[in-house]
Write a protein that binds this ligand. Structure first.
Ligand code: CUA
Length: 339
């Protein structure tokens, strides 16, 4: 069902808002452009030169008229600014209760990792009517995540996490594009977002993810890289204890404070000397180049799980392969996700 001609489906909670703003800008452009064009034609005829030596009467300035043509566009422009800033503000501030999906872009594909361990390429499964937050990065150049039907687009920049969120309102399959020229096969860097009804989504989730949850994969990696040697769980190690850290404020050696979010954990792994925790020496070696972007996200998911931050139910959904008891969702949350 196309609600606006020449535009994609309206399939997210933002779609209506963005279309309304866009429609208003169109209408305003047509009205102002039309009125000015017609006036030019009308005045050109009305005030045309009627004989060779005609001299026009002098024009006197009108302050009132000037005030109107300055005042009205000012109010209209500020109105557009406030309106669009409101939409922008909501779009780029993901809600707490959103389902987390981690995204790694590379030439030329989209890789998705769900908290329960499901991994997908160029295909993203999400439930209808739930908020979904994407934490995205790229292995190589700048890409841009664009789902026209959701009216969301976000550049994905190397070396940092970019987030975007959406709430699909209609089940279906929607095109996903890369909207930033990124090399030879840029035009082939496309995929689909599958928006599923709750029961189908549950069925898809219960299909099981090989290798357990994302946090469990991260834990294995944590062991392999021998992170435990220093980051002991009782706090006696040479590095800070990581239990309960995620999402909290961390006191740094230089006196500053930071929130332990995805970006901070990522930086602490790739560039450990950038933000050293107060009371510890800058002795950790960098893991830049040793862990891929996807593995970084797995480690983050693990550190996140150590703080009991699990994300909402559907992603922590029953994953029979998950050998870690930690991310198991509470029964109440499971019910909620089936509504
Ligand atoms: Cu990736 Cu264009």
């Amino acid at each position: 069902m196309q609600t606006v001609p020449f535009s994609p489906d309206q399939a997210s909670s933002f779609a209506g808002e963005v279309d309304a703003l866009y429609g208003f800008l169109w209408a305003l452009t047509i009205v102002i452009g039309g009125v000015i064009s017609l006036l030019i034609l009308y005045f050109a005829v009305k005030y045309r030169r009627r004989n060779e030596d005609e001299i026009p009467r002098p024009v006197r300035a009108s302050h009132r008229l000037e005030a109107v043509w300055v005042g009205v566009p000012f109010v209209v422009a500020m109105g557009i600014f406030v309106w669009s800033a409101g939409i922008y503000y909501r779009m780029y501030r993901p809600p707490e209760e959103a389902i987390d999906v981690y995204v790694v872009a590379k030439q030329w594909m989209w890789k998705f990792q769900h908290l329960d361990g499901h991994r997908e390429i160029n295909e993203l499964h999400v439930p209808v009517g739930r908020k979904v937050k994407l934490t995205m990065t790229t292995e190589d150049v700048i890409h841009s995540f664009f789902v026209p039907a959701f009216r969301v687009k976000m550049d994905v920049v190397p070396g940092k996490y970019c987030t975007i969120w959406f709430e699909p309102t209609k089940a279906g399959r929607y095109h996903l594009f890369c909207a930033e020229y990124c090399g030879t096969s840029h035009s082939g860097m496309i995929g689909w977002v599958d928006v599923m009804e709750a029961p189908e989504y549950q069925a898809w989730l219960s299909g099981g993810a090989a290798g357990g949850s994302l946090a469990a994969t991260g834990e294995k990696l944590f062991q392999q890289l021998a992170c435990r040697t220093c980051h002991k769980s009782d706090g006696t190690g040479r590095g800070p204890m990581l239990e309960g850290v995620f999402g909290k404020t961390v006191q740094l050696a230089n006196g500053q404070k930071v929130t332990a979010d995805e970006a901070y954990v990522r930086e602490s792994i790739t560039n450990p000397k950038a933000k050293v925790v107060a009371g510890y020496d800058a002795i950790m070696p960098t893991f830049q180049g040793q862990v891929s972007e996807e593995q970084l996200l797995q480690l983050i998911a693990y550190i996140r799980s150590l703080a009991g931050v699990q994300g909402p139910a559907p992603q922590g959904g029953a994953s029979p392969g998950g050998q870690q008891a930690r991310p198991a969702p509470a029964p109440a949350q499971m019910k909620q996700s089936q509504q």
